[in-house]
Write a protein that binds this ligand. Structure first.
Ligand code: ATR
Length: 280
């Protein structure tokens, strides 16, 4: 049996957990593959992809800062990729580059399956309107919440993101609105931080009045950077959750696309939590 080659491409990727996650998926499903890290210079993304294809690469995960460019260089793009205008999964097949986006389905799977909270009928607040928020809004709408507010420091970016999703929101009978961070006077069942504030240490970008008692407060970051948001959520009576489960679930969706097999993502998440708790 040949060993198929995959990788994660980004800048930086040194600390990426993706090789470990895909390695465990492969072991647990009996798939033969190798999964590397590829650090790509910021101006070299298209060349990096081409070189990887020439090496025999079958697919790659894309991380910061290349998700928008990944969608642009694709020859085919999935519906989720098109709505997000960004891609975190490329598949190379018959000379084509297929782009998909599994960040949103990964987030929804982590909230609904791993955290045990079905989103149908709930009121959601999505904070941010950059690439991370764009990647998840479509799948959040498809989960059928009653309401999604998208709040961003720069209103016009939230308005553009909302406008692109209005037709889907209407089909789902979900109320979808854009706001600035300061005009949020209502409270929500689930709030999702999709800004880079945890990465930059800028502090929580919204007032605690957005939290209903017992709300789920989700930061798409994970690791030490997310701790400030998690502490804030706990201090205000919310249930905090970081983005580690989303990382594992978006990887599971990518693995399914590439290999046609759904890996046991819940088990791998529990293993990864144990590895991290052990300081590795
Ligand atoms: P990513 O691809 O990770 O989403 P991005 O596209 O640069 O990164 O988007 C960053 C997001 O974090 C944006 O929503 C940004 O708000 P603006 O659109 O107003 O720039 C948000 N953000 C970054 N720093 C912030 C801060 N200090 N307070 C509030 N929002 C912030």
């Amino acid at each position: 049996m040949t060993t198929d080659l995959y990788c994660v491409m980004g800048h930086p990727v040194a600390h990426s957990r993706s090789p470990w996650i895909h390695g465990r998926f492969a072991e647990l499903t009996g798939q033969q593959l190798r999964y590397d890290k590829r650090e790509i210079a910021t101006s070299d993304f298209a060349r990096g992809v081409q070189a990887f294809i020439e090496e025999g690469g079958r697919g790659c995960n894309i991380t910061v800062p290349f998700k928008f460019e990944a969608a642009r260089i694709a020859t085919h793009i999935s519906a989720h990729g098109l709505l997000a205008q960004a891609s975190n999964v490329l598949t190379f097949k018959d000379g084509q580059i297929l782009a998909d986006n599994t960040d949103g389905s990964g987030l929804v799977a982590d909230i609904e399956r791993n955290a045990g909270l079905p989103l149908k009928g709930l009121r959601l607040l999505l904070i941010g309107a950059g690439g991370a928020a764009a990647g998840v809004l479509g799948p959040l709408l498809q989960a059928g919440p009653a309401h999604i507010s998208v709040a961003n420091r720069t209103l016009h970016k939230a308005s553009e993101l909302v406008a692109r999703h209005l037709a889907l929101a209407a089909r789902q009978s979900t109320v979808l609105q854009a706001h600035t961070l300061h005009e949020l006077n209502e409270s929500f069942d689930v709030i999702i931080n999709a800004t880079t504030t945890s990465l930059s240490g800028a502090g929580v970008p919204v007032d605690a009045r957005v939290l209903k008692p017992g709300a789920l407060a989700y930061d798409m970051m994970y690791g030490p950077g997310a701790q400030g948001f998690m502490n804030w959520a706990r201090a205000h009576g919310a249930v905090p959750r970081d983005g580690l489960g989303m990382l594992v679930e978006q990887a599971a969706e990518a693995f399914l696309i590439w290999r046609g097999v759904r890996p046991p993502s819940g088990q791998v998440l529990a293993e990864l939590q144990a590895v991290i708790a052990g300081g590795h």
